[in-house]
Design a protein around this ligand. Structure first.
Ligand SMILES: CC(C)(COP(=O)(O)OP(=O)(O)OC[C@H]1O[C@@H](n2cnc3c(N)ncnc32)[C@H](O)[C@@H]1OP(=O)(O)O)[C@@H](O)C(=O)NCCC(=O)NCCS
Length: 174
């Protein structure tokens, strides 16, 4: 387990499947996330039951509140390789009543610290829809900077949106 100021990051359990299914079917939660094909509850339960351990190239954590021990979201570092010392970061807080409480920022900071200290990464990168102001702000608060803009690369709500490529280098985490 990895502990921050507000959250604890812990490996995913088979029992987490139902919460993920609920979050994936909430239009507010998935609004700015890349759409995947719909999964039935039985399929997601089977996927979680068969999930292998975290590895260097695929680290996935559930985000629990430190205060209540409640599962509120998920974050990952994926596609890391020792040759590049780089990984891609994903995050979402699925429990909307916890939005705006600093949990997303703390989970980002906590997982990036894990990436730099435990995995010895040199850089962590992500794509975020430019209009997703809360996410951009959370990433900037821990030190991510905008590297570039991919114009009209995300389709959502019937139109195209720009995405930002952001990255954080070892030593820049605040
Ligand atoms: C985006 C998300 C991760 C942010 O996490 P959070 O816990 O709600 O955000 P935090 O409480 O840590 O706040 C982050 C910052 O964004 C600001 N913020 C929150 N909502 C905002 C909004 N609608 N517009 C502008 N800024 C906003 C907060 O005020 C805070 O900045 P501050 O401390 O300077 O005031 C979370 O809302 C979420 O998971 N949303 C759905 C999925 C998603 O979009 N994931 C990111 C994909 S890249």
């Amino acid at each position: 387990m990895v502990t921050g100021e507000l959250v604890r990051l812990r490996p995913l359990e088979p029992e987490d499947a139902d919460a993920f299914w609920r979050w994936h079917n909430d239009p507010d939660v998935v609004r700015w996330l890349v759409a995947d094909y719909d999964e039935s509850l039985a399929q997601i339960r089977r996927r979680f039951a068969e999930r292998g351990p975290n590895t260097y190239s695929n680290v996935a954590f559930g985000i629990e509140t430190l205060a209540e021990g409640r599962l509120i979201g998920s974050c990952t570092l994926r596609d890391a390789s020792p040759e590049t010392a780089r990984a891609w970061f994903d995050l979402y807080i699925g429990e909307k009543d916890h939005w705006g409480g600093g949990f997303g920022t703390d989970a980002t900071r906590t997982l990036c610290r894990y990436g730099f200290e435990m995995m010895r990464l040199h850089s962590i990168a992500l794509w975020v829809v430019a209009e997703n102001a809360a996410a951009v702000r959370a990433y900037e608060k821990v030190g991510f900077r905008v590297d570039g803009r991919h114009r009209e690369s995300f389709r959502g709500a019937g139109r195209w949106h720009d995405e930002l490529l952001m990255s954080l280098l070892e030593g820049e985490l605040t």
